[in-house]
Design a protein around this ligand. Structure first.
Ligand code: ATP
Ligand code: MG
Length: 363
């Protein structure tokens, strides 16, 4: 049997620093558990631009299409702000998402008990929170035509179009139901069917898909009410599925329920490959953090948890994923903190690699 294959794209800023800790965990899996991955590493973003004059080469793109999963650090930085839009670092990531057709963006919002005081809400509202937001990523108002700024009479008009086809809704709904089956078997779909035609169709298609998942309890909510409920009592949710624009807002909102940006992983999934598992790209939610890059301060946990998601969703290694997540939970419970998790406390923070040490020790 061939080893599972993983393409690592560390990228820019703190990307390579946090990814180095994931590589150590991958080595640990090989040495201690005999689980060996076929790992290749390549450039993306500004790093690729510096080497090749493009934020993503065709060779890297084809490799990404072949592997079981892609793990990305972060792209971008002030150095590249002057570049033409066509070669900006972010374009490398956009090309990956587009050509791999990653239509379902998964953002877990999980609140580790030890960090519950970092939330913008009260401790009892968020402690133990574990929800998953599934955002449609490749359609909707971000891409719908017509769009643009046109002249109308003596003024200009800005136009965007919210547009969803049945098949676009169907595939993201299926992804969300499949996830719900593996979790708490509860799915809440959010749209604005009261004022938007795309929302009416969304609700209809999600309901239809739900007929194939009788074990999942399906509910519908208007997205504005959903935002309210997410801040009032977020533990009522398990999986939430929503469109591109509402998902952008709701996943950022959910992120703040859990505290630090340095803790949040994400996955973007596409259509199933020959092995039955979806095309997939995993990355921390945070960016390249130019303000702390190169200082060994970055929190590697978001990237480590992104790898855990890869174990679960691309490699069918749910137990190993849980093992990594439990190690992180343990490290936090034991009081280990990088600078971003310290708040007002007077302790000396751990460096990126010391946090990596702690996670490996806990493993
Ligand atoms: P992007 O445009 O790429 O999303 P951004 O400017 O929105 O980037 P980040 O690069 O994520 O945001 O940084 C936002 C803030 O959070 C910065 O102050 C950064 O130092 C901090 N930060 C982000 N990630 C981490 C991390 N892993 N560890 C510690 N601090 C982090
Ligand atoms: Mg940002």
């Amino acid at each position: 049997m061939t080893n599972p294959s993983l393409l690592i794209l560390p990228g820019d800023g703190i990307g390579p620093e946090v990814m180095a800790e994931v590589r150590r965990i991958i080595d640990w899996f090989g040495d201690r558990l005999g689980l060996t991955f076929d790992v290749s590493e390549d450039l993306v973003g500004g790093a690729a631009y510096d080497a090749h004059g493009t934020p993503l080469t065709d060779a890297t793109m084809s490799r990404a299409q072949e592997v079981d999963a892609v793990l990305l650090g972060a792209v971008g930085g002030p150095k590249y702000d002057v570049l033409d839009f066509s070669v900006k670092p972010e374009r490398g990531l956009l090309r990956l998402r587009k050509e791999m057709d990653l239509f379902a963006n998964l953002r877990p919002a999980q609140c580790f008990d030890a960090l519950a005081d970092f939330s913008s809400l009260k401790r009892d509202v968020v402690a133990g929170l574990d929800i998953m937001i599934v955002r449609e990523l490749t359609s909707g108002v971000y891409f719908g035509e017509p769009r643009g700024i046109i002249e109308e009479g003596n003024e200009r008009v800005g136009i965007n179009t919210q547009r969803y086809t049945e098949s676009e809704i169907d595939r993201v709904a299926c992804a969300a139901f499949e996830l719900a089956m593996k979790r708490g078997r509860k799915l809440c779909s959010m749209e604005k069917a009261n004022v938007m035609e795309s929302g009416v169709l969304w609700r209809e298609v999600v309901t239809r898909v739900g007929a194939d998942y009788p074990d999942v309890e399906l509910s519908h909510m208007y997205a504005d009410a959903g935002a309210m409920q997410l801040t009032r009592w977020p533990k009522q949710f398990d999986v939430i599925v929503t469109d591109n624009l509402f998902g952008d807002l709701l996943s950022d909102l959910a992120a703040m329920l859990t505290g630090s940006l340095g803790m949040l992983p994400s996955a973007s999934l596409g259509a199933p490959m020959a092995n039955g598992r979806p095309k997939a790209l995993y990355e921390p939610v945070h960016g390249s953090a130019p303000d702390i890059a190169g200082q060994g301060k970055a929190n590697p946990i978001a990237c480590i948890l992104s790898f855990a998601m890869a174990l679960r969703y691309s490699f069918d290694m749910g137990d190993e994923a849980t093992r990594v997540e439990k190690a992180v939970e343990r490290v936090l419970a034991d009081g280990h903190r990088t600078a971003d998790l310290l708040g007002e406390e007077g302790r000396a923070p751990l460096s990126t690699s010391e946090m990596g040490d702690a996670v490996i020790a806990a493993l």
